[in-house]
Design a protein around this ligand. Sequence first.
Ligand code: NAP
Length: 310
Amino acid sequence: MSDYDVVIVGGGPAGLAAGLYTARMNLKTLLLDRGPLGGQLLNTELVEDYPGFESVLGSELATKMGDHARKFGLDVREFEPVREIDKDGTTKVVRLDTGEEIRTPALIMAAGGLPRYLGVAGEKEFQGRGVSYCAVCDGAFFKGEELAVVGGGDAAVEEGDFLTRYAKKVYILHRRDSLRAQPILIDRARANPKIEFILEAGVKEIVGNGKVQSVKYDQFGSTKELPVGGVFIFIGFVPNSGLFKFHVDHDEAGYILTDRNLQTSEAGIWAVGDVRAQLTKQIATAVGDGTTAAVAAAAYVSALKDAARA
Ligand code: NAP
């Protein structure tokens, strides 16, 4: 006996879109999130690339998506971490940190991921004392300071630009001689007089005394030290695919592999958004994923119900 038709793990744009659709299709749906609703939207100041919203605060879009899904009857439990996902025959069993067990025929995995750690000396020691992975969350603590940003992708360049609203100067340190970020973001950063790129710089150590004081990096064969009050690390993402107690196919980086309807190698489990192996991690693609998986899950649940009635 299942408690819900569909359980969604993760309340970012992918999970919320899935929940909106399944709830609207009258499936009894529960969405679980270990924090507040919004996922990565909450770590983003301004969203400017989601169609229909020329410029919207990430937190505002998160609230709108949550309200919209709830309007159709989605059950939401925030601050409810999932410990593991198991199976019992075809039933999926979701175990929460509290020990509670929730059973469902269909599960949509939308748990996203966590920031990748740099793995250098001082990183762990100074987390929360100058080392950060979220500009929106922590930027305001660094008013008037000089900061280092590590990374060369969209997140590093965009968040580096964002940090200049507080910082006196932001150095973006990237290990290669060219950046991976989109040209529009690079152009904007290059036009910002508070940003300086330091390329071909391999960060080796974060140095401090109680809090961050400098960052050491190797460049052109020598080690250099840059005095900064904080180090923001944006070097990518590690997918939260480790919750499954059984094997679900994934790529070498841990991103879950799906078929064209976003079903995983396990029937009745779909993977959507940033936890899924795909070209990009955009709000628009996450929402598209959630929609596809919801429609596929609805067909799966109704086939199960038909079979049970027959
Ligand atoms: P990303 O695109 O994977 O870029 C990670 C960057 O960190 C790369 O430049 C990489 O260097 C560097 N890096 C990785 N491991 C490193 C290490 N150990 N030491 C030093 N540098 C390291 O990650 P992201 O910027 O977090 O973006 C993730 C996804 O979110 C992307 O799909 C992105 O498009 C999306 N996103 C989009 C926006 C937007 O559209 N506005 C904003 C933020 C994020 P290499 O280049 O040398 O590999």
